[in-house]
Design a protein around this ligand. Structure first.
Ligand code: HEC
Length: 95
């Protein structure tokens, strides 16, 4: 589906990077939280805040503000559904 595609490949025209490029790597930086299995409503809310530039977070927050700014409400819904339904290990990817 659309959430999975965006997570894996991003959306080039809108300037949205592949979410799993940061959130899916086993060896990811500890500053990149795992999204798999997080509640859909939580993910939706956080993406809305990042997009609006209203989630402060850590000094890495700007990475997310940048990633979220090209998302539409539909994209956010699709992504939140995808990540919330992912089982923790598989959604963090094997690559
Ligand atoms: C360049 C790396 C990078 C990319 C690409 C990226 N993120 Fe993030 N993301 C981060 C970082 C770093 C944080 C933590 C920011 C903070 O708390 O200050 C974060 C936090 C989040 C959070 C909040 C998680 C929590 O536990 O509070 C969500 C939700 C999220 N990202 C979703 C996404 C989605 C969906 C995409 C793809 C559209 C994406 N991210 C792409 C780096 C990235």
């Amino acid at each position: 589906g659309r959430g999975k595609e965006t997570a894996e490949r991003g959306m080039r025209p809108a300037g949205v990077p592949a979410c799993l490029g940061c959130h899916g790597r086993q060896d990811r930086s500890r500053f990149y939280p795992s999204l798999a299995g997080q509640p859909e409503r939580y993910i939706t809310a956080q993406l809305g805040l990042f997009r609006a530039g209203k989630r402060g977070g850590t000094r890495f927050g700007h990475l997310m503000a940048n990633a979220a700014k090209g998302l539409t409400d539909d994209d956010i819904r699709a992504l939140a559904a995808y990540f919330s339904l992912s089982a923790a290990p598989s959604a963090t990817g094997t690559r």
